[in-house]
Design a protein around this ligand. Structure first.
Ligand code: FES
Length: 144
């Protein structure tokens, strides 16, 4: 069977060689890449120095992103209700201002965390925004 390229019912201006949003293959077309939702890179550093950078969706928390990507050391036993302190992280000094301080309720819960420092935060209370693209947090030796 002989195929006609392009097919007879091809819309005017359509080209098989021009990239478009529905190009098949392993590499998304430039248009598809433009339409992809923004994701913020979040880096988690373990006590031994091992680090993992993952894509965090704005609106999710740093804890939810850690759980989604199976980051070690973030327990999050209460599921993000600010009621367990097992999602404790240290915010990198360069990111402290952008992340902001803990709320009063979070500070109270941090009293139950292990080795609390001035840059301690509960990762379930840090909402990812575009401004936090590149955020670096460190996971403590243990959570309690
Ligand atoms: Fe429990 Fe953050 S998950 S305090």
């Amino acid at each position: 069977m002989k195929l006609r390229h392009p097919p007879a019912n091809t819309p005017p201006g359509f080209s098989l060689s021009a990239p478009g949003p529905f190009v098949c293959g392993l590499t998304p077309s430039p248009i598809a890449q433009e339409n992809r939702p923004f994701m913020a890179n979040i880096t988690y550093i373990q006590p031994d120095g091992a680090q993992q950078t993952v894509a965090g969706e704005p609106g999710m928390t740093v804890m939810e992103t850690a759980k989604k990507h199976l980051i070690d050391g973030i327990e999050a036993e209460c599921g993000g209700a600010c009621a367990c302190a097992t999602c404790h992280v240290y915010v990198d000094e360069a990111w402290r201002a952008a992340v902001g301080p803990p709320s009063e309720m979070e500070e109270d819960m941090l009293d139950f965390a292990f080795d609390v420092r001035p840059n301690s935060r509960l990762s379930c209370q840090i909402k990812i925004t575009e401004a936090l693209d590149g955020l670096i947090v460190r996971v403590p030796e243990k959570q309690f």
